[in-house]
Design a protein. Structure first.
Length: 129
């Protein structure tokens, strides 16, 4: 007899992030809090790559804040790469308003920690994946 898993993923409130990606972002957010409380560095691989087709706007996101899951941390490139928090609610408002066709890169698979993408982005002047 086949069994199915009863574990449920957190539902993503954002159409540009899958449920599985959102659950991974939340898990990383919990780990980030744990490491921060211990004074340790947390440098996970990005979970999702968002981009605006035909432009250089790109985001590599590593975690969402469990206390405020609309705030994501990662590397953003809107003309110059920088690490920090981004409001997913604001990205959704802009996407819904037709101001930018935000998508996630279905083929993106992170192969290194975020700090390495940031280092490479500083060298190249843009996010390189």
């Amino acid at each position: 007899m086949a069994t199915t898993s009863t574990a449920s993923l957190a539902s993503s409130p954002f159409p540009f992030i899958t449920d599985e990606q959102f659950e991974l972002l939340l898990a990383n957010g919990r780990m980030a809090r744990h490491h921060e409380a211990r004074g340790e560095l947390f440098d996970p691989h990005p979970v999702v790559k968002l981009f605006v087709p035909g432009s250089g706007a790109t985001w590599l996101l590593t975690f969402v804040d469990p206390g405020s899951p609309s705030m994501a941390f990662g590397l953003a490139d809107l003309g110059f790469p920088e690490m920090g928090f981004v409001s997913l609610d604001e990205l959704e408002e802009i996407r819904r308003g037709g101001e930018m066709p935000l998508e996630y890169d279905r083929g993106f698979r992170a192969d290194k920690p975020l700090s390495h993408y940031a280092r490479d982005a500083r060298r190249a002047g843009r996010i390189v994946t």
